[in-house]
Design a protein around this ligand. Structure first.
Ligand SMILES: *Cc1c(COP(=O)(O)O)cnc(C)c1O
Length: 357
C-alpha cells in the first residue's frame, strides 16, 4: 500500500518548543500524523496529513464501549543526529495482541513500522536534542462505526501521533514513593491486564488519585483474587532485588508484557545478575525488608525507562527500600538501557532501528 502525503505548507508549520528543558509529557504534538481507515474488511488509505482534530459520529462505538487500544514507544536522537527507535517491532507485535483481545482487526506489523519511519522522516526535526528528552510515539486504534448495539465495530481509525517529551528525571535520578493498593484491583485473570487497552487505564484512575492525594506517585497493584501477589505499577513492570537477585511477576495474563521488562532481563543476564520470574507475596517483601535482604526496588517502562522506588506504603505502614537511595543494580540497568537508546553504548543485540533519511 502506498502512503499518500498531504503535508502542511511551510507557512503553516507550528512553532516548535524553544526550551527543550521545559518539555513535559504528552501535551505538545508535531505537525503531522499518520492515519489509516478500516472498512469493508480491510485497512485502507494509509496517509500522512496535518495533525488535526478528528471528526466522528457521537455514536462512534469507541465513545460508548471503549473499543480502543494503543502503544507507546520513543524515538531518540543519537550523537551523529541519526534518529533511533528502540525495539519498535516488539511494540507492533504487542499492538496486534491487544487488537486480538479487543476484537480489533490485525495490522501488518512491518507496514506499520514503515509508516512510522515515513512519519518520522516528515517530522524528524521535532526529535529533541536535549539529553534525556525524546519524541514519544503513540499508535492508537479506535472503533469509529456509528452504532449503539454492543458488538465489535466494523469500522476503525488507526493513527500515530508524535509528542516531544522532556527528560523524566529533571532533578536527578530520584526514588519515588509507592502505595501498595490492597482494595482496588487493575486486572483479573481472563481480563485485559496483558494488553494496552484504554479501558484498563480508566479503571485505574480512582485508586491512583486517592494515593496521589496522600502523597504517593504511583500504585503497586496486587493480584485481584488474594490481594497478596505484587503485579505492576501504573505503566511500569515492577522489580524487587532480594538477596542480590532481581525478582518480577511472571506473565500470567494479568500484567503487561513490557518491552522494557524483557530488555531488563537481557541486560541483567549480560551483567551476570540473576533474574527470577515468580509470584511474590507482599508479605515476603516485608519479611525480606525486616531481615535486610530487600536491597532495591524499581519500575521499568518506556516513559521512564527505570524508576527507582525508595518508599513503599502497605496497610498504612511506610517502609524504606534499602537505604532509600538509588541502588547499584537499578543504576547499572538504567545506565545501560539509556546508553543504548541514546547511542552512547554499542548496540550488540540489534535493538536499535534507525530511521534513514
Ligand atoms: C505500557 C505498559 C507497561 C510498560 O511497557 P513497556 O513496553 O516497557 O513500555 C507496563 N505496564 C502497563 C500497564 C503498561 O501499559
Amino acid at each position: 500500500m502506498e502512503i499518500i502525503k498531504r503535508l502542511r505548507l511551510q507557512s503553516q508549520l507550528k512553532e516548535r518548543p524553544k526550551d527543550e528543558t521545559k518539555l513535559g509529557f504528552g501535551d505538545k504534538f508535531t505537525d503531522h500524523m499518520f492515519k489509516m481507515d478500516y472498512y469493508d474488511g480491510a485497512w485502507r488509505q494509509p496517509r500522512i496529513e496535518a495533525y488535526a482534530p478528528l471528526v466522528m459520529s457521537p455514536a462512534a462505538m469507541v465513545l460508548h464501549y471503549s473499543q480502543t487500544i494503543f502503544e507507546g514507544l520513543k524515538c531518540y536522537r543519537h550523537p551523529d543526529d541519526r534518529l533511533a527507535l528502540f525495539r519498535p517491532r516488539e511494540n507492533f507485535k504487542r499492538f496486534n495482541q491487544s487488537a486480538d483481545r479487543l476484537c480489533v482487526p490485525p495490522i501488518d506489523e512491518e507496514f506499520m513500522l514503515k509508516a512510522l519511519k515515513e512519519l518520522l522522516r516528515v517530522d524528524g526535526h521535532w526529535v529533541p536534542k536535549q539529553p534525556g528528552a525524546s519524541l514519544y510515539v503513540r499508535p492508537t486504534i479506535i472503533a469509529t462505526e456509528p452504532h449503539l448495539g454492543v458488538r465489535p465495530s466494523k469500522e476503525y481509525l488507526l493513527y500515530i501521533i508524535l509528542s516531544p517529551v522532556g527528560a523524566y528525571y529533571k532533578d536527578g535520578f530520584a526514588p519515588i514513593r509507592i502505595y501498595v493498593e490492597s482494595f482496588y484491583t487493575r486486572s483479573a485473570p481472563g481480563g485485559l491486564g496483558a494488553v494496552k487497552a484504554g479501558a484498563s487505564y480508566a479503571s485505574s484512575l480512582l485508586a491512583t488519585e486517592k494515593a496521589a492525594r496522600i502523597g504517593y506517585t504511583q500504585l503497586l497493584w496486587l493480584d485481584s483474587i488474594e490481594h497478596r501477589y505484587v503485579e505492576e505499577v501504573g505503566s511500569m513492570n515492577m522489580f524487587f532485588v532480594i538477596d542480590q537477585k532481581i525478582i518480577t511477576a511472571p506473565l500470567t495474563g494479568t500484567i503487561l508484557p513490557g518491552v522494557t521488562r524483557s530488555s531488563v532481563f537481557e541486560v541483567a543476564r549480560d551483567l551476570d545478575i540473576e533474574v527470577q520470574e515468580k509470584l511474590l507475596d507482599i508479605n515476603e517483601i516485608l519479611e525480606a525488608k525486616a531481615s535486610g535482604r530487600l536491597s532495591e526496588a524499581f519500575g521499568a517502562g518506556t516513559a521512564v525507562v527505570i524508576s527507582p522506588v525508595g518508599t513503599l506504603c502497605y496497610k498504612e505502614k511506610e517502609f524504606t527500600v534499602g537505604d532509600g537511595q538509588v541502588g547499584p543494580i537499578t543504576q547499572k540497568l538504567y545506565d545501560e538501557l539509556v546508553g543504548l537508546q541514546y547511542g552512547h553504548k554499542k548496540d550488540t543485540r540489534g535493538w536499535i532501528e534507525f530511521v534513514d533519511r
